[in-house]
Design a binder for this molecule. Structure first.
Ligand SMILES: *Cc1c(COP(=O)(O)O)cnc(C)c1O
Length: 404
């Protein structure tokens, strides 16, 4: 059974104090905390296996290569990809998106359309704007409504024979909205467009099945799912990854090099130029094991309880407004106190040991929609508790008293 007190013991950082108060960590949408099992996997790698991979005849190099490739297979299984070479190690979600955007430079023509959503993180907007500048393609935007949901009837109107690509996040990091990606993918495929889903915010909460989704590309970052920073994955359907040109040139990604002509390595190495984050790739597998041991169904159920509890308690504070009230959402609450700047509330909460994020959350278009400079965002993980939410609510009440 799900035992949060036992789980919390896995996370050394949760027992530290901040400003003399027990840390309440509610910035999980920016990065998750790291359990001892994952920290141990990092130490184990550097104690016992540290070597460069894929090129050594010596034992250490072969062992490190095996661990790295086993981790790739573990990730393949987790995302239910058909082949392990459809999993490309990246430095994170941003890198994966840029890799695909760069690859489409030679595929898109002037007058083609690419579609993004109003709920995107900047990392899923800017690379496409740059792609449009390079190719002369047009960027179209699926609008959102007041609840923070994408308007599907408007999406359908944007689709045409010119649409080549659609990019949407699975879950919005700013509002927590779970987007109807199954429907978005189906409609895009009906007219022959490819779809990239940004799963950075979804993977800490749910286990995506890329084959069931029939998605063309799916990207994620390890550091949002109990893993280390600086590593992530790009899933791509084999046919797409074969079609896209390499992103960076260098060692590891070549088959043969002469000054006349270079031929590229097979997948996945074609997209993995240079020495990768070897420890990170191996440890990403350990993070996935850790989360699967707890179980994504149990995680989702518990986080949903936290979300409902926190929503109810926070809404009891008058003059508090929650942004993003989609029926389908995860454990992210973006809110403001009327007439008070989010930054001021965040500073007072920090003095109380409570870590929240304030600002635009790398999603300025959403803030523009609501005509606000930013929000206070509390995002919960499976290791948070209702007692911590009580501390947040008391802190927000205190901030309100001090600032109004
Ligand atoms: C965090 C996040 C990103 C960026 O991830 P990086 O690890 O910084 O590359 C992109 N999209 C969403 C929805 C995110 O939450």
């Amino acid at each position: 059974m799900f035992n949060v007190e036992k789980i919390r013991k896995d996370f050394p950082i949760l027992s530290r104090k901040v400003n003399g108060k027990p840390l309440v960590y509610f910035d999980n949408a920016a990065t998750s905390q790291t359990p001892q099992q994952v920290i141990d996997a990092i130490v184990n790698y550097y104690h016992n296996y540290n070597a460069n991979i894929h090129r050594g005849v010596h034992t250490l190099s072969q062992e490190a290569t095996d661990l790295y490739e086993q981790s790739r297979q573990k990730i393949q299984k987790h995302f239910h990809a058909k082949f392990s070479h459809e999993i490309i190690f990246t430095s994170g979600t941003t890198h994966g998106i840029n890799l695909v955007a760069n690859g489409f430079t030679s595929i898109l023509k002037k007058g083609d359309d690419i579609i993004v959503s109003a709920l995107e993180h900047h990392s899923n907007i800017v690379p496409w704007q740059m792609l449009c500048e390079r190719t002369g393609a047009n960027l179209k935007v699926i609008p959102m409504n007041n609840e923070g949901e994408l308007v599907m009837s408007e999406y359908e109107k944007l689709l045409s024979k010119n649409t080549k690509l659609v990019f949407v996040n699975h879950i919005s990091n700013a509002l927590g909205t779970i987007n109807p990606i199954e429907y978005i993918i189906e409609k895009a495929h009906d007219i022959g467009a490819a779809v990239l889903i940004d799963g950075a915010q979804a993977c800490p909460h749910i286990k995506p099945d890329v084959q069931a989704l029939d998605v063309d590309f799916y990207v994620a970052s390890a550091h949002k799912m109990c893993g280390p920073t600086g590593v992530g994955i790009l899933y791509g359907k084999e046919a797409w990854l074969k079609k896209l040109p390499p992103y960076q040139g260098g060692g590891e990604m070549i088959a043969e090099v002469t000054f006349e002509k270079t031929t590229y390595a097979d997948l996945p190495h074609k997209f993995e130029a240079g020495t990768p984050n070897i420890a990170g790739g191996i440890v990403f597998g350990a993070a996935i094991d850790y989360m699967n041991n707890i179980g994504f169904d149990a995680i989702a159920k518990y986080e949903n309880e936290l979300l409902e509890y926190a929503t109810e308690k926070l809404l009891q504070i008058d003059s508090l407004k929650i942004y993003g009230t989609a029926k389908n959402k995860t454990s992210v609450i973006s809110f403001n106190l009327k007439g008070i700047h989010p930054y001021d509330v965040g500073s007072i909460l920090d003095k109380l040991g409570i870590a929240v994020r304030t600002g635009h959350h790398c999603a300025q278009p959403i803030m523009d929609y609501y005509k606000i400079p930013g929000t206070i965002r509390a995002s919960f993980a499976f290791y948070n508790t209702k007692a911590e939410i009580d501390a947040l609510v008391a802190g927000v009440k205190k901030a309100k008293m001090m600032l109004s």
